[in-house]
Design a binder for this molecule. Structure first.
Ligand SMILES: NC(=O)c1ccc[n+]([C@@H]2O[C@H](COP(=O)([O-])OP(=O)(O)OC[C@H]3O[C@@H](n4cnc5c(N)ncnc54)[C@H](OP(=O)(O)O)[C@@H]3O)[C@@H](O)[C@H]2O)c1
Length: 276
């Protein structure tokens, strides 16, 4: 157990999917103990489940949670975040660390509502549920102790990356968090094409998953080899793969992806304007 984390009481405002994934990861990795974890939620149903499944402390109000915790994780949907913190903003203390998981709520907005706290933006992605996430974080002021704490706190969920500024944070969010959704879109097309060639859906899904997993793992285990080189090793000149790749380039798959990334980034900016 990280000695710095050992003494910290960690609270989650919002007990939905991400809070549950994080609590599960933190407990399974023995990073902390259930007695040091606190949860609150808008409605009571999920709190009972949290208490039964993880034996964490349930708070009846967000206020009670803030009063009891050193680190407060804002795990509500972006559109609910301001309503959750605004009525209790004055009870946060300057020694408390607040970590927002929300897309579209900028550091400036968070600091406007909680000027007294040390605020961190953290973006997980869904593979965090199985400990294979990619998590990026950003904070305004450099703070080595806090950086180490964030890295240690979230490492059970996957690889944790510190980002230099909010532009990087937003690019990270599109590429890695929304990106997980984009990869599933591609995988769906893969599976459909395989099914059209007579395979059962489960087999087609397994073939798709194994292909993506194998390619990703090969790249992961070849740190000194670039993606282009790995691709060149599959495609011999004028061969089958080369022919498919040529078509992918003619059809401008890169352009389609770039436009989609930019569209997602635009939506993020729009949300940031609305959720101040
Ligand atoms: N899930 C992901 O893959 C993922 C990935 C990246 C980032 N995130 C971010 O993580 C955050 C949480 O996402 P999620 O998927 O866990 O959402 P979720 O499953 O919808 O959970 C959100 C929870 O917040 C509760 N809540 C809403 N307003 C509240 C308030 N005022 N006080 C206390 N609790 C309140 C909701 O309560 P009710 O039960 O009453 O609805 C709900 O249980 C979001 O900001 C999201 O953008 C999620």
């Amino acid at each position: 157990m990280n000695p710095l984390l050992k003494s910290k009481r960690i609270g989650f405002i919002g007990s939905g999917n991400m809070a549950q994934a994080m609590i599960k990861g933190m407990l399974e990795s023995q990073l902390t103990v259930a007695d040091h974890l606190f949860v609150s939620n808008r409605t009571p149903g999920k709190l009972m489940k949290m208490s039964e499944n993880y034996k964490v402390n349930v708070c009846q109000t967000n206020e009670e949670l803030v009063e009891k915790c050193d680190i407060i994780i804002l795990a509500v949907k972006p559109q609910d975040l301001i309503a959750a913190i605004e009525p209790i903003a004055q009870i946060f203390l300057d020694k408390q660390v607040v970590i927002s998981l929300a897309a579209g709520i900028t550091m400036q907005t968070l600091e406007k509502h909680l000027p007294q706290c040390r605020v961190v933006r953290l973006m997980p992605n869904t593979p965090a549920i199985i400990g294979r996430g990619t998590l990026g974080f950003f904070m305004n002021e450099p703070d080595e102790g806090l950086e180490t704490l964030i890295e240690d706190l979230f490492s059970p969920l996957g690889s944790v990356m510190k980002l230099q500024d909010e532009d990087q944070f937003e690019a990270f969010m599109i590429a890695c968090s929304s990106g997980t959704g984009f990869v599933f879109e591609l995988m769906t097309y893969w599976q459909e094409w395989i099914e059209e060639h007579g395979f059962d859906p489960e087999v087609a899904k397994a073939m798709t998953v194994e292909t993506f997993l194998g390619a990703a793992e090969l790249a992961y285990k070849s740190p000194d080899v670039g993606l282009e080189e790995l691709q060149a090793r599959v495609a011999s000149k004028k061969g089958v793969t080369a022919s498919g790749l040529e078509s992918m380039r003619e059809l401008e798959i890169e352009r389609a992806l770039r436009v989609s990334f930019e569209k997602a980034a635009l939506r993020n900016k729009e949300m940031a304007r609305l959720l101040k």
